[in-house]
Design a protein around this ligand. Structure first.
Ligand SMILES: *Cc1c(COP(=O)(O)O)cnc(C)c1O
Length: 377
């Protein structure tokens, strides 16, 4: 056997640039989180790890403000948690209603259709929110067993109020899935209080952990729905009835947990609890307010009205005659700062600025504002 046919690829050791991450995610990671991720690996059934799983679940319940037993991190990024929510709640023929006012609502609808759901959508321009009456009217016209809505639309910067949505959905016998990827840990969200049935998130937004592990929680109605399914969950990897057997008391092997990611999430959640949820929400709100004021002082226009503007992600309109990409490239090249451009309907029209978790700091807001002022001169 000879390997001479292949030239050996010799590269320098990895040397990642220290970016200031102020885009739609990933956000900056607290050094404490990176440090624990380098801790010695243990087996996924090691008593140390089983104990860590229990603690992680208890931290997650606090951060979600829920007593739900089935509260676990899904292996994979936020889209994996989204897919877990959809795959476990939707069967072939399930009537589904998806509220779409941005990119991620569209992704949920796409997934629900792939799992055989009879998907109906209601739509709003990107940057707007749904009044509860609109959801109600849609459900009266055509009842749905599963309703999905995005709490914090990262593509638009709009924050969807959830107060009345769950009771509307429940009155008509449905269950409510909420995408909280860009709100959990940064924006007020209380799963039990709001009576949400399925709520999923991600690690790399307001929780400030690297991407790759994603919290999900299921309430009693959702667990019952899972138990009463006619067909098996069409996604083996994300079948929560099997995954929960590992995270619950049975500890049955399903797939190897991403051990180091659980270390990271554990520490990231500990940091949230240390700060306190309310303080954390307030910090996100204050720093966002400072960003909004600064942007407006520079003559820039914000895309979403203050009333339902999202603190963790701000959309700023690109002024006429400015090439949005040139500004973003300048920020990265000259200031080491990452922000993002618009998606879909808002492509080329807005910048997206994230102030999430560890990234949400006064000094970062000041740096970005002065860099932007320089580049726009
Ligand atoms: C980021 C995001 C997702 C998808 O998460 P990934 O980690 O990119 O897979 C889903 N929904 C919302 C609202 C998001 O912001």
């Amino acid at each position: 056997m000879s390997t001479s046919e292949f030239e050996r690829p010799i590269y320098p050791q990895l040397n990642a640039p220290p970016r200031l991450l102020l885009g739609p995610g990933p956000s900056l990671v607290d050094p404490r989180v990176l440090q624990v991720m380098g801790a010695p690996l243990v087996g996924h059934l090691d008593p140390f790890f089983l104990d860590l799983m229990d603690r992680t679940q208890s931290l997650l319940r606090y951060v979600y403000q829920t007593k739900n037993k089935l509260t676990i991190p899904v292996s994979g990024t936020g889209s994996a948690a989204m897919e877990a929510a959809v795959a476990n709640m939707v069967e072939p023929g399930t009537p589904v209603l998806v509220c779409i006012n941005g990119y991620f609502g569209g992704r949920i609808a796409e997934m629900a259709a792939r799992y055989g759901g009879e998907v109906q959508t209601i739509n709003r321009p990107w940057g707007e929110i749904f009044p509860p009456e609109e959801v109600k009217a849609a459900l009266h016209q055509r009842p749905a067993e599963v309703v999905a809505i995005v709490h914090a639309e990262t593509s638009t910067g709009a924050l969807q109020p959830l107060d009345e949505i769950a009771s509307i959905v429940h009155e008509l016998g449905g269950i409510l899935i909420v995408d909280a990827v860009t709100s959990l840990g940064g924006v007020p969200l209380q799963v039990d209080e709001l009576d949400i049935d399925v709520c999923y998130s991600g690690s790399q937004k307001c929780l400030s952990c690297p991407p790759g592990i994603s919290p999900i929680t299921l309430g009693q109605r959702a667990v019952q729905r899972l138990e009463n399914r006619q067909s098996k969950v069409a996604n083996w990897y994300l079948d929560l009835s099997m995954v929960q057997a590992y995270w619950g008391s049975e500890r049955t092997y399903h797939h190897t947990a991403p051990i180091s990611m659980v270390y990271g999430l554990y520490e990231a959640l500990r940091i949230v609890v240390e700060e306190g949820l309310e303080n954390r929400w307030e910090r996100h709100r204050l720093n966002a307010g400072m960003l909004w004021d600064g942007l407006e002082e520079h003559g820039l226009e914000l895309h979403v009205p203050l009333e339902y503007r999202l603190p963790s992600l701000t959309t700023v309109r690109v002024p006429d005659g400015v090439d949005e990409l040139v500004v973003r490239q300048g920020l990265l090249r000259d200031y080491n700062i990452e922000i993002s451009g618009g998606l879909g309907e808002l492509k080329g029209k807005v910048w997206r600025i994230g102030l999430m978790g560890f990234s949400s700091r006064r000094e970062n807001v000041r740096l970005l504002l002065s860099a932007l002022a320089d580049l726009l001169k």
